[in-house]
Design a protein around this ligand. Structure first.
Ligand code: GLU
Length: 311
């Protein structure tokens, strides 16, 4: 089939690349990931699956978890969330603290670290940290219809040991009253959600609700309303790649969320949920080959949210 060939071609092209970016090295478990990996999974609206390369190899989803955290938090508090987190691209690095001072502790968007930390605080309401972490993990498992998905403890522990900037962000927001729980508890939740390990196939499965107006038809359940799914996609498109978000949108025309583990979840609404993974990162901390692979996929398939509607 045509799409099988496109996906296989892209994986072969990525395997031949020598400019692969730099693997994240702020914690040993990520620094140890071999730079030569590339995986891709495309799951169509009818459930048809196309895999290539290292699509079954587990990696740390890191900031891609912010999409699932946001979805859960919107379910918990609805639009009240927007009083504590903005919806604007930051134009700054993922862990930047600069805007928080002038913007009174309200993070620019849910996909920078500060925003995801506020969301972890929301997810803690009424729960112990262990329960909140369990809720996130259970949610991701149900989205992917896969109970084998788990948290990489070594990654979570290393994040805690080296997370000085995240502690700074959290303390700063707590000083503004935008965190309601103790910083250590909130970051415990945040670090564990970042440490969820998944492969491309599982991640593309977990993203199905975003391609399908909030529903997972093959699994027979509704995750969010169509409007909410569209809004999450809009945020992924405008804010999903930190200060590289505009460039990613320009190159792919698709909503996407990256993580420093080298994964990217992208959505072609109505058509496909796509996951790519290659651990080498570009200057802004997004997967270098993952972005390139998605650009080529979008070009060759014509998938774009900007494609004129026919009829
Ligand atoms: N755990 C990472 C951090 O908080 C996540 C960053 C990312 O994936 O962009 O620093």
């Amino acid at each position: 089939m045509e799409l099988d060939r496109i996906v296989a071609d892209i994986a072969a092209e990525m395997a031949a690349m020598t400019e692969r970016g730099r693997v994240a090295d702020y914690i040993p478990p990520l620094a140890a990931v071999p730079a030569d990996r590339f995986g891709m999974a495309v799951i169509m609206a009818d459930g048809t699956t196309h895999l290539a390369g290292d699509a079954e190899e587990l990696f740390s989803i890191q900031s891609i978890s912010k999409v699932f955290g946001l979805t859960l938090a919107l379910g918990a508090v609805g639009d009240a969330l927007w009083q504590r987190v903005g919806r604007e691209p930051s134009g700054s690095a993922f862990n930047s603290i600069v805007q928080l001072e002038s913007e009174h502790g309200i993070p620019r968007n849910p996909f920078i670290n500060a925003g995801a930390i506020v969301i972890a605080d929301v997810l803690l309401s009424g729960y112990a940290p262990r329960e909140a972490i369990g809720n996130i993990l259970r949610f991701v498992r149900s989205l992917a219809s896969d109970d084998s998905i788990s948290i990489d403890r070594a990654v979570a522990d290393a994040e805690l040991e080296t997370g000085f900037r995240n502690f700074a962000l959290a303390n700063y927001m707590r000083a503004f009253g935008n965190l309601h729980h103790p910083v250590e508890m909130v970051l415990g939740v945040y670090f564990h959600q970042c440490a969820i390990a998944m492969n491309c196939r599982q991640l593309a499965l977990a993203g199905r609700y975003l391609m399908n107006d909030g529903r997972v038809p093959s699994a027979g359940f509704c995750v969010v309303t169509p409007q909410r799914a569209r809004r999450i996609n809009a945020l992924m498109m405008s804010c999903g790649h930190y200060d590289n978000s505009g460039d990613f949108a320009f190159r792919t025309g698709l909503p996407g969320k990256s993580g420093v583990g080298g994964g990217i979840l992208a959505v072609a609404p109505g058509i496909a949920s796509i996951a790519v993974w290659s651990p080498g990162l570009n200057q802004q901390g997004n997967s270098q080959l993952g972005s390139l692979a998605l650009e080529r996929l979008a070009q060759r398939t014509g998938w774009s949210v900007f494609e004129p509607r026919k009829g």
